[in-house]
Ligand binder design. Structure first.
Ligand code: 5GP
Length: 183
């Protein structure tokens, strides 16, 4: 028996669906960049950690991996529009090609802030990979270069995405259809 209540979670994307799509995104990235130029994949903590882990293994290029800690939500499910850097990159990105790896672009406020922030550091280029996008909630249009899936306006959990800091370790992406945490 898993630790979560399977009756209270609707699965949107199961493990096989996620892994197939991520393999395709990895092939696109491999085709778009050159092994001769520096490429760094920047995971936005914490939600992107599983997506980044799978995506970077689907990329057949010598990539550098780094992380940026950003927080926009606190414990609430509503975007506050206020973005806080909780952990900065460990190395310079000057002159390097950057792919920002996000779990989900919702209002776009977090990514808009991040793009502005990264541009001041003189990277060679910046592109965005996001596993999910909720177009219905857009406040700032963000060009997503490598998108996994568009989803309806539902609060999703699993595969890195949390509810009250839990459920990031679900191997699939789903929607909580019960009251409270489905644990
Ligand atoms: P944005 O600034 O685009 O509104 O929100 C970006 C961040 O909000 C995401 O990186 C993610 O951490 C959080 N977020 C947005 N929608 C969801 C959702 O449906 N589920 C979860 N768990 N987090 C979300």
């Amino acid at each position: 028996m898993p630790f979560y209540n399977t009756d209270k979670i609707d699965v949107l994307f199961d493990e096989e669906t996620l892994s197939q799509r991520i393999r395709q995104l990895g092939e696109q990235i491999t085709a778009d960049y050159s092994a001769d130029e520096p490429l760094v994949m920047v995971g936005v903590l914490k939600g992107s950690f599983l997506f980044l882990a799978d995506l970077c293994r689907a990329v057949d290029l010598p990539v550098e991996i780094d992380f940026l800690g950003l927080s926009s939500y606190g414990d609430s499910e509503q975007s506050s529009g206020v973005v806080r850097v909780t952990q900065d990159l460990s190395r310079s990105i000057e002159g390097k090609h950057v792919i920002v790896v996000e779990d989900i672009v919702d209002t776009g406020l977090t990514m808009a802030y991040l793009l502005e922030n990264l541009a001041t550091r003189n990277p060679a280029s910046v592109k965005i990979a996001s596993l999910l996008h909720k177009p219905a909630r857009t406040k700032v249009d963000i060009p997503i270069d490598y998108l996994g899936f568009e989803i309806p306006d539902r609060f999703v959990i699993g595969y890195g995405l949390d509810s009250q800091n839990k459920l990031r370790n679900l191997p699939f992406i789903g929607v909580n259809v019960g009251d409270g945490l489905p644990i």
